[in-house]
Design a protein around this ligand. Sequence first.
Ligand code: FNR
Length: 404
Amino acid sequence: MSSKQALARRQFIQTAALGAVAGASFLNQAAAQGSEVSAPAFTVGLDPKDANRPPFAAPDVVRPLRIADLNDLEAEARKVMDPGAFAFISSGSDSQWTLRENRRAFDRLVIKPQYLVGKAVPDLRTTLLGQSLSMPIITTPMGAHGLAHQSAEFGTARGTAEAGTLMEVSTTANRSIEEIAASTKGPKWFQLYLLEDQNKSRDLIKRAEAAGYSAIVFSIDAFAPGSSDATIRMGFQFPSSLPLVNAGGSPFKRSLSWDDVRFIQETTKLPLVLKGVLTAEMAQRALNHGVSAIQVSNHGGRQLDGVSSAIEALPAVAEVVQGRVPIIMDSGIRRGTDVFKALSLGANAVAIGRPVLYGLSLGGWMGVKSVYERLQAELTRDMMIAGVGSVAEFRREYVVKAAL
Ligand code: FNR
């Protein structure tokens, strides 16, 4: 290989690694091992080492937000965030078909209201794996909250707890899972990315147990990093000031199987939530393996582009589960009516992602709380008008497919 070719190949691998959503270690490792990656003749994008690039700075303001529609937050967050950080958070993988489907699929569903049923203000409270929540809406696991706000995961944990609900804390947090747990009295689950070294994975699970997390959320769809075109074009690199402190630099496990589910169950007595389930078959196997809950998710369209929206995957999973374990659904929830549709189609709760980080960037913990307050107000109004008195009253018949 000529030195010019070698340089082009190295640049490509570096650029590809920049696009890694879940961790660049996979591609770095491939590069180190010299595995074949076909190199294009040139790369497009900013040079991350460009001296004119401004230093990374996440916003620091703490204030409540007046929100009409959670969808508005993205444009506002873009104005205050580092452009690379915004691209990393907002984008989906590849052509973003799944990202768009996550929203479009809600538009193909129609609510059937029950009028004249004599219902007063609905009760949104619910319980999930023994945790009492103010509403059936929780914070999904996301890495690197420091990209959005100086308070990082502490801000999200406080905002979520002040709203009376639960946070799923990611392995790829910028703060240690012990510090995050100590910073909040709110309910919390630990989302696990398995590490290549099984002993280190075991340590991570034991640390989560000791820190007081009440469930382990095992994400099954991100063992190879997702890749967003926007972050590749921008040459986004995680700032060194925001290390992912919990994995201790260990590479993620690159091949997962049901043996890994068994390993986690043998390691801890904590309930296991399987996150990333998208099919009835997977749900059946999850039940066979005795999982405690299922999270229907396509990772917010950030992993395998082309998979179905999570809301469309939900009914088949609910059909298999038949209420035996709770179902949480995430990916694309932005409005009270989205929550209404998900609960009607069999979810016990939904999880929200990007709006939380946008709220965090615009208002710190208060911004996160405002996001929850808006969604809670919308869902309360929607349930009230549609004649649904409580979370337990949702029925599949309340939502039908739109006649297109
Ligand atoms: C994520 N997601 C995610 N999931 C997970 O299991 N572990 C993780 O570390 C991350 N990291 C992460 C970072 C960022 C910036 C985003 C936006 C998402 C996926 C997340 O849990 C969830 O599946 C989606 O975010 C839900 O979609 P919405 O609500 O963002 O549309």
